[in-house]
Design a protein around this ligand. Structure first.
Ligand SMILES: Cc1cc2nc3c(=O)[nH]c(=O)nc-3n(C[C@H](O)[C@H](O)[C@H](O)COP(=O)(O)OP(=O)(O)OC[C@H]3O[C@@H](n4cnc5c(N)ncnc54)[C@H](O)[C@@H]3O)c2cc1C
Length: 396
């Protein structure tokens, strides 16, 4: 009998982080590699609509998909773990539970962490806007406050995209509730900074007649259990503090040598390869591109596809392809009062654009989790019908 040649082991690829960027990379890699996908959480989370958890227009189940199933469908292995160290020179990484994973190529897609600007008391006394669990908790606290009597005060720190989307959802659900007031505190001179000034004016117009106050050009210096202290010395009452300070780079990037300073994104080449290590690619929010790009979900999805292709090329010794972002307009929701479509310096506003934002959500979720097979089809239908029903109910 002719002896069989021993099978060559498959090249090992480890993906750290499996939300937009990491999951897209996994879905673009075939079974000719031994791919391990690691994330600390079992759920893929659709972050661009988490503000809707505040009003109840969306529920956690609408915004989550089970990672283990999505990764298995792509033909790969999912491991739920916290990655604590990446040793690119040794080609291995370690998890909090002490497991080690060796790799020939690693794709790092760890996103960002909550930016607190070092303000005292934020982590202990404010709820952040970073994930489904946090926003669902804000939703529960708002409902509890709305059920109480007398004056209740909500403070939103940050008048950017997240803060204004949060305000819109509070107004959608609670604008008729007597005694509930909202203060938005912003360090800069404008709401929705980086978008056309007309949007700042539009938000203020919608808030006229409601109990909403804007405090501009004023950094927050401390957050205590029921108070928010401002640099001006003013102290705001806060029965609930919502912190929307944006994102900063996670410590893992610097600790692993992928970033050259703490709180910096990992520098990559135009082909998304780490500038420090040839066997590592960094994608999504975590990537510090030579020409900085907005931290947005659809760029993260595109980077995932590009990195998968480039890892294939690198392992085959072929030339890498530069990442070519294709910008898309951004949709900013303001509850049921308005939706803004922003494209560069131009913007249009109409409550009807809410349908477009909803369509982007439904279609992209169906692309990430194609409704093949009964469980996925059931999830898609529940998401579609459930959301539509609640949006109609809340808008009456
Ligand atoms: C409130 C909000 C609203 C937004 N609205 C929009 C919008 O309207 N349009 C838009 O395009 N974008 C929007 N974004 C931005 C968009 O969500 C991000 O750009 C996108 O999530 C980035 O994807 P990512 O995969 O790079 O990182 P993330 O989505 O942050 O995913 C990172 C993943 O890595 C995992 N991870 C991190 N560290 C570790 C570790 N050490 N070990 C294991 N796992 C780890 C995390 O659990 C997570 O699953 C919004 C973001 C927020 C927070």
């Amino acid at each position: 009998m002719p002896s069989q040649a021993p099978r060559r082991p498959l090249p090992r690829i480890v993906i750290v982080g499996a939300n937009f960027a990491g999951l897209a990379a996994a879905q673009h890699l075939g079974r000719e590699y031994a791919v391990t996908v690691i994330d600390r959480s079992p759920w893929f989370e659709w972050l661009p609509n988490i503000h809707e958890l505040l009003s109840g227009a969306k529920r956690p189940a609408d915004l989550r998909l089970p990672r283990a199933r999505l990764v298995a469908q792509a033909g790969h292995r999912f491991v739920r773990a916290e990655v604590t160290a990446i040793d690119a020179r040794a080609g291995s990484l370690a998890t909090a539970s002490g497991r080690e994973f060796a790799f020939d190529a690693c794709i790092v897609a760890v996103g960002g962490v909550n930016e607190t600007f070092g303000v005292r008391g934020v982590e202990a006394n404010a709820l952040s806007f970073k994930g489904v669990a946090e926003c669902a908790e804000i939703g529960r606290r708002l409902a509890a406050l709305a059920g109480q009597r007398g004056r209740r005060s909500v403070v939103i720190v940050g008048g950017g995209l997240e803060g204004i989307e949060a305000l819109g959802e509070i107004l959608r659900r609670y604008r008729e509730v007597a005694g509930l007031e909202v203060t938005v505190v912003e360090a800069g001179p404008r709401l929705l900074s980086g978008t056309p000034p007309a949007l700042d004016a539009a938000v203020r117009r919608h808030c006229a007649g409601h109990r909403v106050r804007f405090v501009m050009n004023t950094p927050v210096t401390a957050v205590t259990p029921r108070r928010v202290r401002l640099r001006t010395g003013e102290v705001l009452r806060a029965d609930l503090t919502i912190w929307t300070g944006g994102v900063t780079a996670p410590p893992l990037l610097y600790d692993s040598g992928l970033a050259n300073q703490p709180r910096k994104w990992a520098a990559v080449t135009p082909a998304l390869r780490s500038k420090r290590f040839d066997n590592v690619f960094v994608i999504g929010d975590a990537a510090g591109l030579p020409r900085p790009l907005g931290k947005q979900a659809y760029f993260a999805l595109q980077m995932g596809a590009c990195a998968a292709d480039n890892v294939r090329r690198a392992l085959a010794g072929r030339r890498l392809r530069d990442f070519a972002p294709s910008p898309k307009p951004m949709l900013v929701a303001f509850g049921d009062l308005d939706t803004f479509l922003v494209s560069g310096r131009a913007a249009i506003a109409s409550p009807r654009l809410a349908a477009l934002k909803e369509a982007v959500f439904q279609v992209t979720m169906a692309q990430i989790d194609p409704p093949v097979g009964v469980p996925a089809l059931r999830l898609t239908t529940t998401r579609l019908l459930g959301t539509a029903q609640r949006l109609v109910r809340r808008s009456r």
